[in-house]
Design a protein around this ligand. Structure first.
Ligand code: HEC
Length: 126
């Protein structure tokens, strides 16, 4: 945590453009890629904690795609990890509603990324 503090401090001034700064590159293609390849380098245990505390209120209640719903996640995962992490950090609106930046919580880029990785890991066909 210590070593990323400067980057986080910088990023909190300008949310845009910092999404990938501390993330491991997700090189595995989403299509047909095993979950383990997609989410390698992310901390899934931390992601689950972050998810349960900050994301489940919507995503477990049909406000936003539910982890484990393979169909709801297919096309989203196909955008690539970097893209869906960035969108989750910055927030976006889509046909299913509004996804607030960082889920509306005070989270670091890494924490959001880990939560996204946890959701993806739960949501790929096995
Ligand atoms: C206030 C409700 C709400 C909260 C809280 C929330 N989300 Fe979402 N999220 C949404 C909605 C709604 C969508 C779907 C938007 C659409 O595609 O139309 C979404 C979509 C997403 C997607 C799919 C992105 C894509 O490109 O399809 C990811 C990943 C995601 N959220 C991650 C998170 C994470 C991580 C958190 C917690 C840090 C979180 N969300 C918290 C409502 C929420």
């Amino acid at each position: 945590m210590k070593k990323i503090l400067p980057a986080v401090a910088l990023c909190s001034a300008f949310f845009i453009g910092c999404g990938g700064a501390e993330q491991p590159a997700a090189e595995a293609p989403a299509e047909g890629g095993a979950a383990s390849e997609l989410v390698s380098g992310y901390d899934l245990a931390n992601g689950q904690e972050v998810y349960e505390a900050n994301c489940g209120s919507c995503h477990d209640n049909n406000l936003g795609p539910k982890p484990g719903d393979v169909k709801a996640w297919e096309d989203r995962i196909a955008q690539g990890m970097d893209t869906i992490v960035k969108k989750s950090i910055e927030g976006f609106s889509g046909p299913d509603g509004m996804m607030p930046a960082r889920g509306g919580a005070e989270l670091t880029d890494d924490e959001v990324a880990n939560a996204v990785a946890y959701m993806v890991n739960e949501s790929v066909a096995r």
